[in-house]
Design a protein around this ligand. Structure first.
Ligand SMILES: *Cc1c(COP(=O)(O)O)cnc(C)c1O
Length: 390
């Protein structure tokens, strides 16, 4: 009965062409990878700066393992709080200009643990409709009332702020760079509204850390509003090429999270060598402007080329470039044809994105060469014509 039910659900997914399977990458990450038995140009990863296979990160791991070993053997609150964890947190707070910083084992755990501990059933959370699943799950777990506003729609957000008053606290939570659309939350407007309506602001910089801001600090710095955002969360798993997550905030909030955030407390500390690799990545991000310059040159080049060819890239203004192909079957066929020609681009369909907005989702990387990009643009144009997309 139980298994029959699971099997029915999977069967339905299969019938709808929505069943998902794991596919194999057989090389280290990079702009070219070995995928399902062939070499492809990679436009799928979040490894924006190419740091996921950088030997400098490897070197810092080797140095850490010699003194700190591998596992951290306990929750950080017991005896698993090791030198590399502390060094990373100290450095992050300085880099972001906040009083304090705290690491989590992943971005997912960070959002769930931060939101569910800081907010409760007497609170209201205003959340962009396209926020990441981990934010939604954190809100659900918190028991707070969820008010979703239309994507990037500040008028709608203001209406909701005006028409509600929390029994206790209110908080606006938003991705800073949106993972499926590659557009950016208007943080300048958001902090204005939070000031006017007296509520907290939390942002998720997963796709912004290492990418946005003069030194890669993220969107808060890009807008110059870092001092007006209460909770800046982000990950080391994307542009930093490592793993784990951070929250940069006040000493008080950090102290509260250490005492109350269940996904921080009831889990083993990350292996310290991961923190050592993240710290190295952070320093490279801060010091090596050339990587970020290359990423942005490639981004502008790719997006301009796609637009010129007649593709709709929505409101993307970051290295995440969606190419709208509303018909999901055509979208999947487009992705298949690209793969046959050695180019890996994922087709994103409902329910990951709203109905009628299927898309190819490209992510540009610093290590892509002009030749890589030209080849890809060329293939996009020919397949786009074959399939009647342009
Ligand atoms: C990837 C992502 C996360 C989750 O981070 P992990 O470290 O992969 O768990 C959270 N929020 C956003 C917006 C993301 O894109």
């Amino acid at each position: 009965m139980f298994e029959q039910n699971l099997s029915n659900i999977l069967g339905q997914l299969e019938q709808d062409g929505l069943k998902r399977e794991l596919r194999d990458t057989q090389s280290a990450q990079g702009s070219r990878i070995q995928f399902e038995g062939r070499e492809v140009l990679n436009f799928c990863s979040n490894n924006y700066l190419g740091l996921a296979n950088d030997s400098r990160l490897g070197q810092s791991i080797v140095e850490s393992i010699q003194t700190e070993g591998f596992g951290s053997a306990a929750s950080r609150l017991v005896c698993g709080n090791m030198p590399s964890h502390c060094a990373l947190e100290e450095w992050m707070a300085k880099f972001k200009g906040t009083e304090a910083s705290l690491m989590y084992s992943s971005g997912y755990m960070a959002n769930v643990g931060i939101i569910s501990s800081l907010f409760g059933k007497d609170d209201i959370i205003f959340s962009d409709r396209l926020n990441h699943a981990s934010i939604i799950d954190g809100i659900r777990l918190s028991g707070a009332t969820l008010k979703r506003y239309r994507h990037l729609d500040m008028e709608h957000l203001e209406q909701l702020l005006e028409s509600t008053s929390g029994l206790r606290h209110r908080c606006i939570i938003t991705d800073s760079v949106f993972s499926m659309d590659g557009d950016v939350a208007p943080l300048d407007k958001i902090v204005e509204l939070s000031g006017h309506y007296d509520c907290q602001v939390m942002i998720d910089e997963a796709h912004a850390f290492g990418v946005m801001g003069d030194l890669g600090q993220g969107c808060a710095h890009h807008f110059g509003v870092q001092d007006r955002i209460d909770i800046q969360m982000g990950t080391f798993s994307k542009a930093a090429g490592s793993f784990g997550a951070y929250v940069c905030t006040t000493k008080l909030i950090r102290d509260f999270l250490v005492n109350r955030s269940r996904s921080f407390i009831y889990t083993t500390g990350l292996p310290p060598l991961i923190a050592a690799a993240s710290l190295k990545a952070g320093k490279i991000i801060e010091e090596d402007q050339s990587l970020r310059n290359k990423l942005w040159d490639n981004t502008y080049y790719m997006r301009a080329g796609l637009r010129l060819a007649g593709f709709d890239t929505l409101r993307s203004s970051t290295p995440i470039i969606p190419v709208l192909i509303p018909d999901s079957q055509v979208c999947v066929e487009f992705s298949k044809r690209l793969f046959d020609q050695g180019i890996l681009v994922s087709a994103i369909r409902p329910p990951t994105v709203p109905k009628g907005t299927s898309r190819l989702r490209l992510t540009v990387m610093a290590p892509h060469t002009k030749t890589d990009l030209d080849l890809t643009l060329n293939r996009f144009q020919s397949i786009g014509k074959e399939l009647g997309v342009i």
